[in-house]
Write a protein that binds this ligand. Structure first.
Ligand code: AMP
Length: 215
């Protein structure tokens, strides 16, 4: 097999992708949970895993520093997807990207009045596009975490964030008001690598597809 570098992020994506890789015959030489190495060799000569931040996976693959990677649709929307193919929805890390506001917040009234609102999110690009498509005027406030706090302390009227069980929203007096998109993790492939390393990538794709089909 041609040399392949696959970008993954620690946490849910790594945990859920390792069994897929194992089914494709690729097993890291070190335990990724305990190792501090950022490049992990595998049992397959020439196949390596690089461990990066979730939001950086598309960037590494776009520039060819990794041939392929696994990234959430939320991260890909923010990145824009330039230079990438997204050949396979892995169906992992399923959740929803939503607009959420306090239970007491008059969301429909705000929309009817056409009022300008403040939106706190780390998904600035996606939020901008969502509200622009609705013709709503928004001021976006970029945050890097704990978005749920923003409406509680008057920083924003609403947030755009990922929701899984809904427990975090409920615990913070918030509720979803609009679904922006269902989210799951995708296999992404560098466009040049798709041509130059077609055989190796096609084999990986087929093996992933076969494993997912059995689930
Ligand atoms: P939950 O309380 O289960 O609804 O989870 C919500 C919290 O987990 C929020 O802070 C989200 O940003 C985060 N979250 C939920 N699902 C995901 C996911 N698939 N990937 C990354 N973060 C997530």
């Amino acid at each position: 097999m041609a040399p392949l570098t696959i970008a993954l992020s620690k946490g849910r994506i790594l945990d859920e992708t390792l069994p897929l890789l194992a089914a494709a015959g690729i097993v890291p030489a070190d335990n990724p949970d305990t190792s501090r190495k950022l490049i992990l060799a595998t049992n397959r000569p020439g196949v390596a895993l690089v461990i990066v931040r979730a939001t950086d996976v598309p960037t590494y693959v776009q520039y060819g520093a990794a041939d392929a990677g696994v990234a959430g649709k939320d991260v890909l929307l923010e990145h824009g997807g330039e230079g990438l193919y997204q050949p396979l929805d892995l169906g992992l890390g399923r959740c929803r990207l939503v607009v959420a506001a306090r239970r007491s917040y008059d969301w429909s009234g705000t929309i009817q009045r056409g009022a300008r609102i403040r939106v706190a999110t780390k998904y600035v690009k996606t939020a901008r596009e969502h509200f622009a498509a609705k013709g709503m005027h928004v001021d976006l406030i970029k945050l890097y975490g704990s978005m749920e706090l923003a409406p509680l302390v008057g920083l924003a009227d609403c947030i755009v964030d990922l929701v899984d069980t809904g427990n975090t929203l409920r615990a913070n007096d918030l509720e979803p008001r609009e679904l922006i998109m269902n989210i799951s993790s995708r296999l992404v492939v560098n466009k040049a690598a798709m041509k130059m390393k077609h055989e190796a990538i096609a084999a990986l794709l087929t093996q992933f597809e076969q494993t997912l089909a059995k689930r």
